[in-house]
Design a protein around this ligand. Structure first.
Ligand code: NDP
Length: 526
């Protein structure tokens, strides 16, 4: 198994599954070949440059500074990322302001057509996008192929189409007046997204903003910027007018903070941690900016004895460990009716032990690498804390070390912990990794109290066959999303967001389009 130029037609490197160099990804500079590789035809030998996309062109940061980009499954640097600062944000805002009037004048149909062209190009290159997302984030390639990239394409298409169907309200004031609601784009929108679902969440923000007629200054997470740059290249190929979408690479404290504080950006759409959300709100609120904050979670899963056991078991394994547990919607506290608890515990732990941790490129891998070395230690520290608090680790709880090219990768065995009450730190703090707790409960009231007993309120999952309990409990859950007998079943028209410290505002459907517009009431006297 050697990489050679003659093998460049193969769709992925046979050793580490990176995309061939002839993939249209980015500018590259050669690195020395890694052990076991002979030539330089794959990205595994190359240092990718992840550039800013400002005013329709790709360029390094003005300062010329770079950040390291890591491949989590390999635990090594594979890219350098433009380390931008406020001066790059300034350029991006100027480009966005300049592009604004023509983008609005293009009209809904014109914006629809442009976004659909971009979506078609991402779909054309789905395989390359999925492999790149996996390399940058550590997630299994098949997950990126089945979930992340298709959903990014769907986001673009959904909002491109939704804008054609947006209605405005009219109110007749008896026989005195007609009022109608006129919605205009807010102007330049700031969009800041996290690393866990990189292109999926990046497009979830920029698509409604662009469809609504805003121009955008966006910042992906510095930890996973690769597919945002690939998207920029597809925007150029699709003929998206320069300056309509601007992507500034770099860190939160420099780029994210500059976007948040910029006086010409009147709306900030942010997804990320609760502490970061609070920092953004502290800056943006006194400037009276529109704010959409999608923040952390500590989601409960309530399992009643009358549920469909096999279906619940399958989906609860998925809701616990999908994407290494790094989805804000993952269930992390599993509450099980006591009569079912022994059966659940035995079957669940058995299933979790059978999950395969390994090479993200291999189709049979269930659990890839966590996103960074720092995150690996954060998750393992949480496991140590759980033990200090008296928790028993039923499986996992340790780093997994692989052989060969992935020997330095950041892998964690999926972990199940029991013996902790609802109030302890393990059951209160977001871990955001492949770690769940299981707890028995005796009554519905006790389960609801435990479920709602954190500062978060993003999603809840209920497993029961009792129809009246489904509705009763759904209304009692203090969370923005309640899944009953399912998980991650999404309809992009529905409101999406959290209560309490999980966020402010709702994304999805018309809520997102409305966020990026200002409503003006026009009252005409009859
Ligand atoms: P962070 O809050 O660390 O970062 C999110 C984004 O904000 C990144 O692009 C980050 O940049 C940027 N950022 C960091 N500091 C600032 C700042 N001071 N001003 C402006 N921007 C800043 O979150 P993570 O990336 O670690 O993502 C994980 C978190 O996201 C979890 O808490 C998870 O629950 C939450 N999340 C919520 C979702 C929801 O819909 N509610 C969905 C997905 C995740 P950089 O990374 O470059 O530092």
């Amino acid at each position: 198994m050697n990489c050679s130029n003659r093998l460049a037609r193969v769709s992925a490197c046979p050793l580490c599954s990176c995309v061939p160099r002839n993939e249209r990804v980015t500018r590259q500079a050669l690195l020395p070949p890694r052990a076991g590789h002979r030539a330089t035809s794959y990205l595994c030998f190359t240092m990718q440059e992840i550039l800013n996309y400002i005013g329709g062109t790709l360029a390094p940061a003005r300062s010329g500074a770079w950040l390291d980009g890591f491949a989590p499954a390999e635990g090594r640097v594979f890219a350098r990322i433009a380390d931008s600062g406020p001066e790059d944000v300034e350029l991006a805002v100027a480009a966005a302001e300049k592009a604004g009037p023509a983008w609005v004048a293009l009209g809904r149909q014109g914006r629809h057509d442009a976004l659909m062209r971009v979506a078609a190009l991402v779909e054309r290159d789905l395989d390359g996008f999925a492999r790149a997302e996996s390399r940058d984030n550590g997630k299994p390639v098949h997950l990126a192929m089945e979930v992340d990239i298709p959903r990014a394409i769907a986001n673009l298409r959904f909002f491109a189409t939704a804008i054609l169907h947006q209605e405005s309200a009219a109110h007749i004031t008896d026989d005195q007046a007609v009022n109608y609601t006129d919605r205009q784009p807010v102007g330049v929108a700031g969009c800041i997204s996290p690393w866990n679902l990189p292109l999926y969440l990046f497009t979830w923000k920029i698509a409604p903003a662009l469809a609504a007629g805003c121009t955008v200054v966006a910042k992906p997470s510095e930890i996973t910027p690769l597919t945002s740059m690939m998207l920029a290249e597809r925007c150029m190929e699709a003929g998206l007018p320069p300056g309509v979408l601007n992507i500034v690479q770099g860190t939160g404290p420099k780029v994210g903070a500059a976007i948040t504080a910029h006086p010409s950006i009147p709306a900030i759409s942010f997804t990320g941690g609760t502490a970061t959300g609070a920092r953004i709100a502290a800056v943006a609120a006194p400037m009276f900016k529109k704010l959409s904050l999608e923040l952390g979670g500590k989601n409960p899963v309530l399992v009643f004895a009358d549920c469909d056991f096999e279906e619940m078991l399958k989906e609860t394994v998925r809701s616990s460990f999908s994407n290494q547990g790094q989805i804000c919607l993952c269930g992390s506290r599993i509450l099980v009716e006591r009569s079912l608890y022994p059966r659940f515990k035995e079957a669940f732990v058995q299933r979790v032990k059978a999950l395969r941790v390994g090479d993200p490129a291999v189709a049979s891998t269930d659990i890839g690498a966590v996103v960074s070395e720092a995150h690996l230690h954060k998750v393992l520290n949480h496991v140590a804390l759980a033990k200090e608090e008296g928790g028993a680790v039923l499986c996992g709880g340790h780093r997994v070390e692989l052989d060969g090219p992935l020997a330095g990768g950041w892998f964690i065995a999926p972990t199940v912990i029991e013996g902790l009450g609802p109030g302890c730190r393990t059951n209160q703090e977001e871990i955001f990794g492949p770690v769940v707790t299981i707890q028995p409960f005796d009554t519905e009231e006790e389960a609801v109290q435990a479920a709602n007993g954190t500062r978060y309120g993003l999603a809840s999952v209920l497993w029961t066959s009792n129809g009246s309990r489904m509705h009763r409990l759904a209304r009692l859950m203090k969370s923005g999303i309640v899944w009953v007998n399912c998980w991650m079943l999404r309809d992009l028209r529905t409101p999406f967001g959290g209560m309490k410290h999980s966020g402010v505002g709702r994304e999805g459907g018309m809520e997102a389009l409305n966020f990026f517009t200002e409503a003006r009431n026009v009252c005409i006297k009859l």
